[in-house]
Design a protein around this ligand. Structure first.
Ligand code: GUN
Length: 296
């Protein structure tokens, strides 16, 4: 069994991304600039945005975080998004989710210019992705593809079973694995006997958000297991008061598979890399005025 080490791969890819940013800077071209909008004080959201800021700094990108009170109105937030859409100094924009209940996330997502939508959530990017056309891929699926690519894991002709059908992981992942010539099965909360499907899988992508859901008896010997889950589980023995748990019963499943991602340190760092890659692509698009290919 080999661990798919997201921390290690992300370090390697960050060096490559930094080289590209340095080249842009040295040639007098525009340096990538990522903006993040953070509404309210949700702990996980603040951590994620802080990590994205740190990543930008590490690779030599500019970054701006716009923080707003949880009471900001939808109209005011839409106006802030429009301001960034019209600010040519900013190449990529993410609005950290979830947003407070009085704000329509769909409306906000659809207001971000699809040319700056480095999260790949805009319907234009979703449509382009499903057609296999140049676009911004959503960060988690894109990060998983980069991970599979790095470890040269064969996808063609393999059966990939995805557990979870969210708009940001399960659904796009299914389209992308299909494009990678996998036979794809998507299981979800209404699927009867998930084990029936996972036992046939060469590659399992668990993205349902239930800690330790995928047990060893659900996994075929030699399968590749990708764990997208990252749930905060209360733990008073820990300084933070919680531990991060994946969707896979790691210790036992690890004994059966060929490759597995740990949590933390697996998919998470790759998701952050994907956002950097999209931001780099965004600035290239502005200078060349084209959207490059999916494979970036
Ligand atoms: N909240 C949880 N995951 C994400 C993500 O990928 N992008 C944004 N904008 N918010 C999130």
């Amino acid at each position: 069994m080999q661990i798919l080490n997201g921390n290690e791969v992300s370090k390697i890819l960050k060096i490559e991304i930094k080289k590209e940013a340095d080249l842009l800077r040295a040639s007098g071209a525009k340096v990538p600039h990522l903006a993040a909008i953070l509404v309210g004080t949700d702990g996980a959201s603040m951590t994620y945005v802080g990590a994205k800021e740190k990543d930008c700094k590490e690779v030599g990108f500019n970054s701006t975080v716009l923080r707003f009170d949880a009471g900001i109105s939808e109209v005011a937030l839409l106006a802030e998004v429009e301001k960034i859409n019209n600010n040519s100094d900013i190449d990529g924009l993410i609005v950290q989710l979830p947003l407070p209940a009085h704000i329509n996330e769909k409306k906000i997502t659809e207001t971000i210019s699809y040319k700056k939508d480095v999260d790949g959530f805009h319907p234009m990017n979703v449509g382009l992705m499903f057609k296999g056309l140049p676009c911004f891929l959503p960060a988690t699926p894109f990060g998983i593809l980069k991970m599979l690519e790095h470890y040269q894991i064969e996808t063609s002709g393999k059966h990939c079973v995805i557990i979870g059908r969210s708009d940001i992981v399960g659904k796009p992942m299914s389209a992308l694995m299909l494009q990678k010539n996998c036979t794809v099965t998507v299981c979800h909360s209404k699927t009867k006997n998930v084990k029936n499907y996972t036992l046939q899988a060469d590659i399992i992508i668990a993205a349902l958000g239930i800690p330790a859901y995928l047990k060893a008896d659900m996994v075929k010997e030699g399968a590749v297991v990708i764990d997208v889950g990252i749930t905060r589980v209360n733990d008073n023995t820990n300084l933070k008061g919680y531990v991060l748990k994946g969707d896979v019963d790691y210790e036992k499943v690890a004994q059966k598979c060929s490759y597995i991602t740990p949590v933390p340190g697996g998919v998470g760092p790759m998701t952050r890399i994907a956002l950097l890659l999209n931001t780099l692509q965004a600035v290239k698009n502005t200078s060349k005025n084209i959207l490059k290919t999916n494979s970036q």
